[in-house]
Design a protein around this ligand. Structure first.
Ligand code: 8DG
Length: 139
């Protein structure tokens, strides 16, 4: 007997929206990553027994060498890129950190004015949120 629901895997992912005045930090996935060269917000998978906030704080150190204060949850989005795998994304706003973001893992990182964000080739799951940020409906 097949049990379809058991075949679906849920991957929980955190992402940080760093806000600097009118600009947002946008990061381009590296050449080696799946969905390479797409743009995203920094972050990654939540490890077992880790809170979303702790996962994001860890990822921001690993990816950007940034000690950041994790702000409020802005949005939760469920999306599937691959049959049988659902990504559950938690986006947090970040206004406070120490130092400057340092690119440790990305092809590129850029501070982008909100209105310019839709020009970047963002990951599919992020498109609605990016559009709303650009239109001034979010953040
Ligand atoms: N960090 C981040 N990930 C995002 C965003 N939007 C979005 O769909 N994702 C997806 C892309 C990936 O499928 C997943 C993040 O996982 P990841 O980058 O740590 O790992 P991965 O999938 O590249 O690698 P892996 O599972 O093969 O180990 O979430 C976003 O804005 N930021």
């Amino acid at each position: 007997m097949s049990e379809p629901s058991a075949a679906v895997k849920v991957k929980r992912v955190v992402a940080g929206i760093l806000v600097r005045g009118d600009e947002i930090l946008c990061c381009q996935r590296s050449h080696n990553d799946p969905m390479s060269l797409k743009w995203e917000f920094p972050g990654g998978k939540i490890e077992p027994n880790e809170t979303a906030e702790a996962a994001l704080a860890r990822e921001l150190v690993e990816e950007l060498n940034l000690a950041a204060e994790i702000g409020p949850l802005v949005e939760t989005i469920r999306h599937s890129y691959t049959a049988g795998v659902i990504i559950e994304l938690y986006f947090f706003r970040i206004d406070r950190w120490q130092g400057e973001p340092e690119n440790r893992v990305f092809a590129d990182i850029r501070w982008v004015p909100r209105i310019e964000m839709p020009k970047l080739d963002f990951l599919e799951a992020d498109l609605g949120l990016v559009k709303e940020i650009a239109e001034g409906k979010r953040l």
